[in-house]
Write a protein that binds this ligand. Structure first.
Ligand SMILES: [Zn+2]
Length: 80
């Protein structure tokens, strides 16, 4: 008979230190893309300006962030 010992370790997921959430958008009707920015409102304004110039109303918006998983209680050791 084989015995197993199961251990559960708590983990936490957080945004990577020193990184920003970035927003981007691309038009669904042409090749136009907005320059990715940490300022989501600026990206939205660029999209509305594109619609004003072209009449293209649909965009694919993406929001990117970088995550980091650490074991609870070892955050300081893993950050070194
Ligand atoms: Zn367009």
């Amino acid at each position: 008979m084989t015995r197993s010992v199961l251990r559960f370790v708590k983990h936490r997921i957080t945004q990577q230190p020193g990184t920003d959430v970035t927003f981007a958008a691309e038009c669904m009707a042409c090749e136009w893309k907005v320059k990715p920015s940490a300022d989501g409102a600026a990206v939205d304004i660029d999209c509305m300006s594109h619609t004003g110039r072209t009449g293209h109303p649909e965009f694919r918006r993406t929001c990117t962030s970088f995550a980091m998983v650490t074991r609870v209680g070892t955050e300081a050791a893993s950050a070194r």
